[in-house]
Ligand binder design. Sequence first.
Ligand code: FAD
Ligand code: NAI
Length: 466
Amino acid sequence: MPTHDLVVIGTGPGGYVCAIRAAQLGLNVAVVEKNATYGGTCLNIGCIPSKALLHASELFDEAGHGFKAFGIEVPAPVLNLAQMMKHKQETVDANVQGVAFLFKKNKITAYRGKGKVLGAGKVEVTADDGSKQTVDTKSIVIATGSDVAQLPGVTIDEKIVVSSTGALELAGVPKKLVVIGAGVIGLELGSVWRRLGAEVTVVEFLDRILPGMDGEVAKQAQRLFSRQGMAFKLATKVTGVTTSATGAVVSVEPVAGGEKETIAADIVLVSTGRRPYTDGLGLEEAGVATERGRVVIDDHFATNIPGIYAIGDVVRGPMLAHKGEDEGIAIAEILAGQHGHVNYDTIPAVVYTYPEIASVGKTEEELKAAGIAYKVGKFPFTANGRARANRTTEGFVKFLADATTDRVLGAHILGAGAGEMIHEAVVLMEFGGSSEDLGRTCHAHPTMSEAVREAALAVEGRAIHI
Ligand code: FAD
Ligand code: NAI
């Protein structure tokens, strides 16, 4: 008899949610975690600390530049970075302790150490002191997440050349910050340090920011970020970074060829993507198939080895916490004999800049490429009463609906609170709703969400306030 029904390796959002759901369903569950705290990338060095700093730095920016227009005269705010970092750490601590509490509450056994898959039903755990034990289990879920992808020729020292991890704990505000990669991390953490006083230059290989997001939204967002003081060098590649005791010099050149340039920086943030993390997991020896580093799974999260499953950043799909959580719930339900399922067409994505950028479903570019006939409904926040009252009129809502059936295929929001508002579109799409369904749904006045309804109405040219 194996000791456990399920051993989950890794306690990020995928792993810890999977463990809790499986325990709720009556399975005897254990987790293996190599780090000192639970919660993985997201809670310790990702989603949660970055949002703590994004919120705090936005307030700092507001106090400095936004209050006056509301008739609030305050002296120029003074940054206490140590206190801001304390707020970030307290947020992280509360969240990781919350996971520890939930493990206890759900009677989940926790093994502290590095897990290695010895084969179906066997996981070896190596503790920090080197001692090893083998744990027997019916099923194994691999949820080992991801790590920073290295950029060839650039050495991350987490002091001058930092990844997101280092950028979340700089000891002072850099005078000049160069961000390599205009993706989610680059724009979020670039925003944090720009608001706190850094001169930020973002170098991006492609000719646009936020690849994968709707092109029109990304273009408008870039305009707004530029107005906030971020400089962009698009279609530009980094050919090298040299460091000294005091800073770095970043060498760049246009992707299409042309004049080379150097940019001086106090800090360089490398944010060019993440890679699945399977180091020391023993996958090759156990015969678990991987493809470009990602564990290969079928539609039910099963690897090629019976009894071994995988979820989260370590498998295909977007590297997002909520995607991993939903996969964790689905595999737990499958292992308990139920019919767990994830609808990959309705996973939202949010960039937590100001304004926020939120998206679900298809972009215009994707619909065009797939040859699907669609209609567009758009509504700007400048025409929304609440946005005017709040002085948050930047951005717009955009709905993409099937030209024949009116079924909503995608929704994109650039605007304050977009990350909350997108969920109306997510629920609508989950239920196969049409733009008319949303257009006929009463929305409280005055709210920013009225713009979402108006954009849905705009699909048939029926928006009222434009
Ligand atoms: P992870 O969270 O990476 O957790 C994996 C865990 O497995 C870790 O605790 C690790 O220590 C452990 N582990 C690995 N190997 C072993 C082993 N052999 N034995 C034992 N333990 C092991 N996503 C969002 O949706 N929203 C956001 O706002 C957001 N912000 C982010 C900000 C930053 C700066 C970063 C870097 C990422 C952000 N993400 C965000 C992405 C998000 O963090 C990941 O998608 C998410 O954490 C993936 O969850 P996971 O469970 O697959 O893996
Ligand atoms: P990313 O994939 O979002 O963006 C990387 C960017 O770097 C892209 O624009 C890419 O074109 C560019 N790039 C790649 N190589 C380059 C090079 N050599 N020179 C210049 N530019 C280059 O990756 P990022 O920002 O590192 O984030 C990793 C992942 O973490 C995200 O994809 C996302 O899944 C997750 N994340 C999610 C957040 C959220 O949901 N709010 C926040 C932060 C991270």
